[in-house]
Design a protein around this ligand. Structure first.
Ligand SMILES: Nc1ncnc2c1ncn2[C@@H]1O[C@H](COP(=O)(O)OP(=O)(O)O)[C@@H](O)[C@H]1O
Ligand SMILES: N[C@@H](CCC(=O)OP(=O)(O)O)C(=O)O
Length: 370
């Protein structure tokens, strides 16, 4: 893989304990993974939350303070502690970290913006990992980025990063908060962020995080508008970031240009595969697969053209005959003829792998006709 510029954002709950102290173990895991992708030649910028969460314990607060003054005081203590741990742990890998604290005004002033760019470029050239956080102790609430998810999106956009990786305490975006809805389903890939996804995304799931999945989706939307693809999820061990870059991460990929395994398969589907037939779908199914990142189900299929086998690649058209995209199919043409338009579980027995999906979202590529 060629050299990538990767922005990694780590949330408070992935760095600290619920009692307001740093978790050495958690930091260790991230540092090893960051050192590993650096060793592979990639440039890395870390957006680290956790200043408030790392500092409130030492100030005698039993839980994360609610007042602005309390949070700012906790951040003043916690930011130093965070950097102390990063320094000590990166040292073992021969890596020097650098601290950059930003406020929203730094993005409004052209001069500051240039200075920031020059500082980060110089640090990267010297092999340093810049560690960025909001300057919580001086930011007043109305002037903040909202949270570090948005800060990470702005940084990755302005540096033209290849990827934004948001590490958190949940393995991706679900169709409801998985800590509340036990049967919530995970999205492996979503092409874009729409209102329906934003509605399903709730607030924070821990006592130290802020913003929850909603702020990650808003940040992802912003990053995508700058042309940066996003991963939201978690992982463990020194290869977790490498795996994420290679498309094998435990989470949700948002957008498209990660150089991933999934991407390679999608490239093959889009450009190299032989098209064996056509599946026509209704308007509801078109919205589901194009806008909502869902898999295609038999209920949305209206017509089957050609004589294809399961696992062949087919074109998907809407009822106006327009090409929407291509995908690898789990049903033969003969079987799909029998189950098209049918809802429910019964169709599964007709598919090659006993799954209801006609085309799984991971095996689908959106290819609108120009
Ligand atoms: N639809 C959803 N899918 C996944 N997680 C969700 C969803 N809605 C809300 N969440 C919550 O978002 C939390 C992650 O956000 P947050 O607590 O702000 O983490 P961080 O500190 O890493 O920024 C998860 O713990 C989860 O409970
Ligand atoms: N700047 C704050 C973190 C704000 C924030 O976005 O937190 P999180 O939701 O845990 O990423 C801090 O360092 O405590």
């Amino acid at each position: 893989m060629k050299k990538q510029l990767v922005v990694v954002k780590i949330g408070s709950s992935s760095l600290t304990t619920a009692s307001g102290t740093i978790s050495e173990e958690k930091i260790r895991d991230h540092v090893e993974a960051l050192a590993c992708i650096k060793e592979q030649g990639h440039d890395v910028i870390l957006i680290s939350s956790g200043a408030v969460a790392a500092g409130f314990g030492a100030l005698g607060y039993p839980t994360r303070p609610k007042t602005t003054a309390g949070k700012q005081a906790a951040a003043a203590v916690g930011q130093g502690l965070l950097m102390q741990h990063y320094h000590l742990q990166f040292k073992e890998f021969g890596i020097v970290p650098a601290q950059i604290l930003l406020t929203r005004e730094d993005f409004y002033s052209l001069e500051r913006f240039h200075n920031l760019y020059n500082t980060i470029s110089e640090l990267l050239q010297r092999g340093v990992i810049p560690i960025i956080n909001e300057n919580d102790s001086v930011s007043i609430e109305e002037l903040t980025f909202g949270d570090n998810d948005m800060l990470s999106a702005l940084v990755s956009g302005f540096l033209h990063a290849n990827a934004l990786i948001i590490l958190t305490d949940v393995n991706g975006l679900y169709d409801g908060n998985p800590k509340v809805m036990k049967d919530a389903k995970k999205y492996d890939f979503i092409p874009r962020v729409n209102d329906e996804l934003l509605e399903a995304a709730g607030g924070s799931g821990s006592s130290v995080g802020t913003g929850g999945m909603k702020s990650k989706l808003l940040a992802a939307k912003k990053a995508l508008s700058f042309g940066v693809s996003v991963f939201v999820g978690k992982g463990q061990g020194k290869e977790k970031l490498l795996n994420i870059l290679e498309g094998k991460g435990d989470g949700t990929y948002i957008g498209g240009s990660f150089q991933t395994q999934m991407q390679k398969k999608k490239q093959w589907i889009a450009f190299h595969s032989h098209t064996a037939g056509i599946v026509e779908i209704d308007d509801g199914a078109e919205v589901a697969i194009v806008t909502n990142g869902k898999s295609l189900l038999p209920v949305g299929v209206t017509n089957v053209i050609g004589d294809f086998n399961a696992m062949d690649v087919v074109e998907v058209h809407n009822q106006r005959g327009e090409l929407i995209g291509k995908g690898q199919i789990y049903y033969s043409a003969k079987n799909l003829q029998m189950v098209k338009g049918l809802p429910g579980e019964k169709t599964k027995n007709f598919s090659i792998n006993k799954r209801a999906e006609v085309i799984h979202r991971n095996n689908w590529v959106f290819l609108p006709e120009e």
